[in-house]
Structures are given as C-alpha cells and as structure tokens.
Ligand binder design. Structure first.
Ligand SMILES: [Mg+2]
Length: 392
C-alpha cells in the first residue's frame, strides 16, 4: 500500500484539515490548525507531501522520525502542527486498514469511557451576562457535562487593582455556588499573568476549590511556572504550547506542574502525544489533552485517552467546532463519552460539505490572508491602554 494523494481543506475559519488517500482508496484525515498562522502549516504540508507520496502509510514512526529529524532544523509550531496532522491521518489509515479503532493499535483501551469537560463560565455579574451564563449552563448540564473551564477575560497587566481581582474571584465563587461540589471547575489564565499576580489570584480562588489553573504564566520559563506551582495549594496545568517530549522534559524534571496539556494538533500528533503521556507517568503527572479546535483533533485525542493510564480529562469545545462537517456526534453521559467503535479515528466526514465550505472559506482567505474576524479573535490586535502589546 502506498500514499497516492495529499489534499488540504479549510472548511472553517479555524480549521485546517489534511486528507491522505492511498492508492487502494483508504482515506485518512488529520487536523493542522495553527491559530494566528493560517497559511504556514498549509505550506509545510505541501513541502512534506513530496516526501510522503509513494511511501507506505503504515510506517508511521519512521515517517515521524524522517519529518522531525531529516532536514537539520527541528521542531517549531509550524513543522510540529503539519507533522501532527499528517500523523493523525496516517493513524486513521492504519485503523481503517486493519479495520479496528486506532486505539487498538496503540496497546488497547485501559478504560471504557472518557471524561470530558466543556467551556463555561460567568464572565461578569451583570443581569444580562448572568442570564446568558445560566442558560448555557443548563444546556451543557442537560447535554451531560459535569466539568467546565473558563478564565479571567480581557487583558491583565503585571498587576491589577483589588476590584479587578475581586470581580473575577466573585464570579468564580458564584459558579461554584451554582454547580455545587460534585462538578469540577477549572480556569485558564492563558499565560497572561506574571508569577506574582498569578499566585495572588490563585490564593483568592482557593476557597472555591478549582480542579486546576491552566497556564498561569507564559510557557517559556519553566522556573516561573514552578514558582507558581510551589505557592499554590491546588494543581497547576500547562502544555498546550509545548510541542514535543523535549519541550516537556523540564516540566517533568522540575515537577513544575501537576497536569500537562499537550495538543494533538501541535505536539506531533498521536505518536508524540502518547510518548509525552508515557513520560509523564514516571513523574505521577496526568494528561488532559488540549483541544480547542475541531472534531478531527478531538477524535485523535480520544484514541490516546483510551490507552493512557495517567489520563485525567479531555477538553471538548461543546458541540464541537465544525461538527456539522461530520456524520458522527459524541454523546456525553454523566460527564463521559463512550469509547469510539468505528475503524480508524472513528468518524465519517461529509466530504461534499467539506469541499463546498472549503471553496467559500478559501475565497475569503485569498483576499485577506486571514479570514475576516480572525485578527480580533486570535489576539493579533491586542494592546494595553498605553499602546504596548498585551498577551490575550
Ligand atoms: Mg489554554
């Protein structure tokens, strides 16, 4: 069996898909979305296609090694996201070729169902905002979710006055009051705080007992993260911007976090996500794979979640961004999704819809480079009041 064709689609603003077809007609899908850089992974996949066409798709580890190591320069978010999408598509092909869910080729399931969390929070205590939050919570709880993540919105400077911190903490305490003590609540600081501010805010949050705080500080300085972990009485999580075992190594060795959140669409795909998880096991760290994008990446995460003993919970963007492109949906019951049973990554793509929407999105991209609205959503134009650049 040989790889015959590699195509790419952009059917939604934040969704870049790669489709690999073998000469005997097996199709594998992967996701290469890289927020804020809509064209870069497309170019990288096109370059890598020259190597992959004509190769055996089942030599997944060999292709991973070739793509990661062969051309002298390694890593970086563009190459690793392109590699991630290709790797997912090859695992999809492998599962379909052997006619088993991909997780059966990864050692087999160690659990029967997979815990998930959705995005929900109270962002301010205005009448309208509370009403909106209550409706959304009701809908998510009826859909079966029992764990939720939100974050302090907006720009946070090196320090904020008590009123800003109090507003966030009051919202968090109200959330706990609404959901009770059986539901998990967690917060993503989005790497936009200094260690001192993150520690101060976490101490205020302590009373409502969050499951974890994610990326309290930016990802580059592991010692700063460890400083936060050491001063906070609940688990700290990080990792959505770390791209390989080598980038997670210091987190492990310094015990700088309790939970890690590699993203299957950025950290080298299914192959690397499983290796990172296995490495984390040695340090008694659990994985909670990051997945804020589409259902292809989500499906790829589930394959690894199924086989890793130190898995804790899976992020899911509620109904799943772009899930209308898929003829598969996931039912959440009591906070869990049952293991997928279909071959490969376990979904059916509505290819006609993908192709049709791809044409629409691509037209917009050709004009703008980005699709309209991306800059705002992705923080490309995010400044403090004094005109300096803010993290978002
Ligand atoms: Mg995050």
């Amino acid at each position: 069996m040989k790889i015959a064709k590699i195509e790419q689609f952009f059917p939604r603003r934040r969704m870049r898909l790669v489709k690999i077809t073998t000469e005997n007609g097996i199709v594998g899908w992967g996701e290469t979305t890289l927020e804020g850089k809509p064209q870069s992974t497309i170019a990288a996949v096109n370059e890598l296609a020259g190597y992959l066409i004509g190769k055996d798709p089942l030599r997944i580890e060999h292709h991973w090694q070739h793509i990661y190591r062969s051309a002298f320069f390694r890593g970086g978010n563009v190459l690793m996201s392109a590699l991630a999408g290709i790797d997912q598509a090859l695992w999809d092909i492998a599962g379909k070729f052997y006619q088993v869910p991909t997780y059966k080729l990864l050692g087999g399931a160690v659990r029967d169902r997979i815990r998930v969390y959705a995005h929900w929070g109270i962002h301010n205590t205005s009448e309208a905002s509370l009403e909106q939050a209550r409706n959304r919570l009701e809908w998510l709880q009826q859909s079966g979710y029992t764990a939720f993540k939100s974050g302090p919105g907006g720009k946070w400077r090196a320090h904020e006055p008590p009123a800003t911190i109090d507003d966030f903490v009051e919202s968090a305490c109200l959330m706990r009051e609404w959901v009770g003590n059986d539901t998990e609540l967690c917060f993503d600081f989005h790497g936009k705080m200094t260690p001192a501010l993150a520690i101060e805010v976490c101490h205020q949050l302590k009373q409502m007992r969050p499951m974890f705080v994610e990326e309290p500080v930016p990802q580059e300085n592991v010692d700063a993260l460890k400083q936060v972990s050491d001063h906070v009485p609940f688990p700290i999580a990080t990792g959505e911007r770390l791209l390989s075992r080598w980038e997670f190594r210091q987190i492990f060795e310094k015990q700088a976090a309790a939970y890690i959140q590699p993203d299957v669409a950025h950290a080298g795909g299914i192959t690397e996500l499983k290796k990172i998880a296995n490495m984390a096991e040695v340090y008694y760290m659990h994985i909670m794979p990051h997945c804020a994008i589409g259902p292809v990446a989500f499906s790829a995460c589930l394959q690894v979640d199924a086989v890793v003993p130190n898995f804790l919970i899976q992020e899911q963007v509620d109904a799943g961004l772009g899930s209308d492109l898929f003829q598969t949906s996931w039912q959440v019951e009591d906070g869990y999704i049952e293991l997928p049973t279909a071959s490969g990554l376990g979904f059916e793509v509505d290819e006609k819809l993908v192709e049709q929407d791809n044409r629409i999105t691509q037209d917009k991209m050709n004009l703008l480079g980005l699709v309209a609205g991306d800059e705002e959503e992705l923080g490309g134009e995010f400044y403090y009041e004094d005109g300096s650049v803010a993290d978002w």
